[in-house]
Design a protein around this ligand. Structure first.
Ligand SMILES: O=C(O)[C@@H](CO)OP(=O)(O)O
Ligand SMILES: [Mg+2]
Length: 401
C-alpha cells in the first residue's frame, strides 16, 4: 500500500543561506521520500508564488497535509497534486506556497518510487521510457541578478553537444569552467563566483564571449568532441518598461536593436542556445527572433513560459521560441510540470530541465530529465548543490544500462 501516512515539513538552508521548505512523505508500508524546494533570483512575473518558508509551511500544514494523510496514494501523482491544488484553491499556489507544494509533490513521488523499489526516474518515466540522456548545459561565467559587478548577460553556458556520454559531458563542462578560470588568471582578472558557482568577473559581455570561445575550443580540442556555448540573457531583468528599452551597463537598446544584437551573437559565436533574449511579455519579438535564427539555435523561453501550459500554448500559436525551460517550482507540482513537457514535445519544442539559482542537495531534476527524455539539463558545473545533480546523472546513466 502506498497510502500516505504522514507529511512533515521543515525549514532547511538553500545554497544562498536562505530558508527553504523540505518535505518528508511516509507511506503506510514504510515508503519514504524527501525533497526540498529551490528558489529563483531572476524570477518570472508569471511564476507560481513562493511564500516565506515559515508561512508556506504553516499554511500547507493547515490546508494540504490533512487532505493527503490517510487519503491519497503516494504512487498516484495526479491524486497527490490534485489534493495540493484543491487545498490551495488558487491558480498560482499563493495560499500554501509553491515552495511547500513542489516539495510535497516531489517527496510524494520519491515515496511512491521507494514503495515500488524503483529509482525515481523509472517510476516517473515508466518501463517504456526512452534511453536518451540529457546534454548538460553548464554555467561558466555569469552576472546579472546572480552576481554584482559582473557581466550584464546572466549566464554564459558550455554546451558539450558532441559528448559521447553524459559522464563525459559533465566532466567537459567542469573543464571549461576550469579553463575559463585559467584564462581569467592569464589576463590578470580576479574573479569571485556567482550564486550558481559560475565565475563572476568584472568584465564586459564582449570579453566574456572571447573567454568562452577560447575556453570551449581549448577543452574541445583536448577531449576530442564538439563543445559549443550558449546564453541565458535573462532579458526581462534588463528591460525597462518606461523607456521601452534593454538597459546594459554602457548603453540602451530598443527591441529591434536587441533582436539584431542577439542575431549577430548567434552568427558570430555559433551559439547553441539563447534563453530569454527578450522581455517575458514580448511574444511578438520572441516570434521574430525565432523566425530569424530558430533554424540554427535554440530560442528558449524561461521567464516567458514559466513551465505553464497556457503560456506555452500562446507561444506555440505565435511561433515564439522553439524550446522551453522546465522548472517544477515555477508551476508548483510535478503533474503540471509533466503537462508542460508533454505539450512541448508534441509541438516539437526542445525541453531543458533546470535548476534555480538558489538550490539544495535535492536531485529530483536529474531524475525528471531522464524520465522525460529531456534534450538538455541546466544545472551548473561546480559547487555542491550543482554537482549533486550532475553526479546523480552519472549514477543514473550507470544504473540504466
Ligand atoms: O534564470 C534562470 O534560468 C535561473 C537558473 O539559472 O535563475 P533563477 O533561478 O535565479 O531564476
Ligand atoms: Mg533563465
Amino acid at each position: 500500500m502506498t497510502q500516505i501516512s504522514s507529511v512533515s515539513l521543515r525549514r532547511v538552508l538553500d545554497s544562498r543561506g536562505n530558508p527553504t521548505v523540505e518535505a518528508d512523505v511516509l507511506t503506510e508500508s514504510g515508503g519514504f521520500g524527501r525533497a526540498a524546494a529551490p528558489s529563483g533570483a531572476s524570477t518570472g512575473e508569471y511564476e507560481a508564488i513562493e511564500l516565506p518558508a515559515n508561512e508556506a509551511i504553516a499554511n500547507a500544514r493547515e490546508h494540504a497535509v490533512p487532505r493527503l494523510v490517510d487519503t491519497v496514494y503516494a504512487g498516484d501523482q495526479r491524486a497527490v497534486d490534485g489534493a495540493l491544488r484543491a487545498a490551495d484553491g488558487t491558480d498560482n499556489f499563493s495560499e500554501i506556497g509553491a515552495n511547500s507544494a513542489v516539495a510535497i509533490s516531489m517527496a510524494a513521488a520519491k515515496a511512491g518510487a521507494d514503495v515500488l523499489g524503483a529509482p525515481l526516474y523509472q517510476h516517473l518515466g515508466g518501463a517504456f521510457r526512452g534511453d536518451n540522456f540529457p546534454i548538460p548545459l553548464g554555467n561558466v561565467i555569469g552576472g546579472g541578478e546572480h552576481a554584482k559587478d559582473a557581466t550584464d548577460i546572466q549566464e554564459f553556458l558550455a554546451a558539450p553537444v558532441g559528448a559521447p556520454s553524459v559522464e563525459e559531458a559533465v566532466f567537459a563542462n567542469a573543464k571549461v569552467h576550469g579553463e575559463a578560470g585559467n584564462i581569467l588568471d592569464e589576463r590578470g582578472i580576479g574573479a569571485g563566483k556567482g550564486d550558481e558557482g559560475a565565475w563572476a568577473p568584472p568584465i564586459s559581455d564582449a570579453e566574456a564571449f572571447e573567454i568562452m570561445e577560447e575556453a570551449t575550443s581549448r577543452v574541445s580540442e583536448a577531449v576530442g568532441f564538439e563543445i559549443r556555448f550558449g546564453l541565458d540573457v535573462a532579458a526581462t531583468e534588463m528591460y525597462d518598461e518606461d523607456s521601452d528599452s534593454y538597459v546594459y551597463s554602457d548603453e540602451e537598446k530598443s527591441t529591434d536593436e536587441q533582436i539584431e544584437y542577439m542575431v549577430d551573437l548567434v552568427e558570430e559565436y555559433d551559439l547553441a542556445y539563447v534563453e530569454d533574449p527578450l522581455d517575458e511579455n514580448d511574444y511578438e519579438a520572441f516570434a521574430e527572433i525565432t523566425e530569424l535564427v530558430g533554424d540554427r539555435t535554440m530560442i528558449c523561453g524561461d521567464d516567458l513560459f514559466v513551465t505553464n501550459v497556457s503560456r506555452l500554448e500562446e507561444g506555440i500559436e505565435t511561433g515564439a521560441g522553439n524550446s522551453i525551460l522546465i522548472k517544477p517550482n515555477q508551476i508548483g507540482s510535478l503533474s503540471d510540470t509533466f503537462d508542460a513537457i508533454e505539450l512541448a514535445v508534441r509541438n516539437e519544442y526542445k525541453t531543458i530541465i533546470s535548476h534555480r539559482s538558489g538550490e539544495t542537495e535535492d536531485t529530483t531534476i536529474a531524475h525528471l530529465a531522464v524520465a522525460t527524455d529531456a534534450d538538455y539539463i541546466k544545472t551548473g558545473t561546480v559547487a555542491g548543490e550543482r554537482t549533486a545533480k550532475l553526479n546523480e546523472l552519472i549514477r543514473i546513466a550507470e544504473d540504466a544500462v
